[in-house]
Design a protein around this ligand. Structure first.
Ligand code: PMV
Length: 320
């Protein structure tokens, strides 16, 4: 009746932005990500017949505003007639600030809830359930370089390459820990409805996915760098041109991009990506990590710098 699971966030190299079916939370485009290693969410779920209502603690605090989405996810995993649950979530990195905490949280939640309910599920089934709560969460069920395909009626996720086969480093420059002004789910819908660039974004995605997949398979860093930066800036252009505009960046975000350009000019193998928040994530070869960390740490407006390798997917830790 209780279980604990752990999952890592993932950082998209080819982004998911836009839904083709918002009721079923099906993405309009496929995406490719890397699952992180050192950042994680630990999720404990305890089903209790004595509870009248679900209870949620996030990093030690009651979180009623997050409860409806969590409860809906539990209904999907265990059925609407399920027992009420005590849910305890702990993340070792800032949440709701563009560091993909919803991905690690919902991936860990579906694994812990299935464990607590005594239901055996495959990684694909768990990915499908996590994806209903948060599209990017489906990718955190798998480790390494992960692709989410968008061609069937249900999403399909697979690992393209193990992290050990290409142990890149991911360095996140945190430029603000204030929760984002608009959720990614809401912002995607705004883009779909109003951005003049949205249809072109969807049209070009298969080409970007194929370029990135090829680059990962043959471990071509330059090719991956070029397509990932392009795809990231294209997604943010779609957002900026939405009405109302969706702008997650701050001055330090731009200062970090400038710093990455300088590193590249100095011959450092590094590239940036940015999600639905102001943080800048830089991907680099292991030998260049200390130079990237030093450059980001000294960039004006950067509050902290977190480093991670590429990790494994979500896992059940205990169940009884
Ligand atoms: O899974 P969501 O609804 O939090 O959306 C994620 C959107 C981006 O992080 C901007 C891109 C991505 O593919 O992760």
């Amino acid at each position: 009746m209780r279980a604990t699971a752990r999952a890592q966030p993932n950082i998209a190299l080819i982004k998911y932005w836009g839904k083709r079916d918002s009721d079923r939370n099906l993405p309009a485009v496929g995406s490719i990500s890397v699952t992180l290693e050192e950042l994680y969410t630990t999720m404990h779920v305890e089903l209790d017949a004595a509870l009248d209502l679900d209870e949620l603690l996030v990093n030690g605090h009651s979180a009623p505003s997050m409860l409806p989405r969590v409860a809906r996810c539990l209904d999907t995993v265990l059925g609407a007639g399920r027992l009420r649950a005590r849910i305890i979530s702990e993340s070792n990195f800032p949440i709701a600030a563009g560091l993909a905490s919803s991905a690690s949280s919902f991936a860990a939640l579906v694994v812990a809830a299935s464990g607590a309910g005594g239901v055996e599920r495959t990684a694909d089934e768990l990915a499908g359930l996590a994806g209903k709560a948060s599209g990017s969460a489906a990718r955190s069920l798998y480790g390494g370089f992960v692709e989410l395909r968008n061609d069937g009626d249900e999403i399909a996720v697979c690992s393209i390459l193990d992290g050990a086969a290409w142990p890149l480093r991911i360095i996140a420059a945190v430029t603000s820990t204030t929760p984002k002004p608009v959720s990614s789910g809401e912002a995607m819908e705004t883009s779909r409805r109003s951005s003049p660039f949205y249809s072109r974004w969807v049209e070009e995605q298969d080409m970007d996915l194929s370029t990135a997949r090829d680059a990962i398979t043959v471990r071509d860093f330059g090719k991956l760098a070029s397509i990932a930066e392009h795809n990231c800036l294209k997604m943010h252009s779609v957002m900026w041109a939405s009405r109302p505009p969706v702008v997650y960046w701050n001055a330090a975000t731009i200062a970090c991009l400038e710093r990455v350009r300088q590193l590249q000019a100095d011959g450092v193998a590094a590239f940036f990506t940015i999600d639905a928040g102001p943080q800048v994530k830089v991907i680099c070869l292991p030998g260049d990590e200390s130079q990237v960390v030093e450059a980001l740490t000294t960039t004006p407006g950067v509050e902290s710098v977190l480093s991670s390798g590429i990790g494994a997917g979500a896992a059940l830790m205990t169940a009884d």
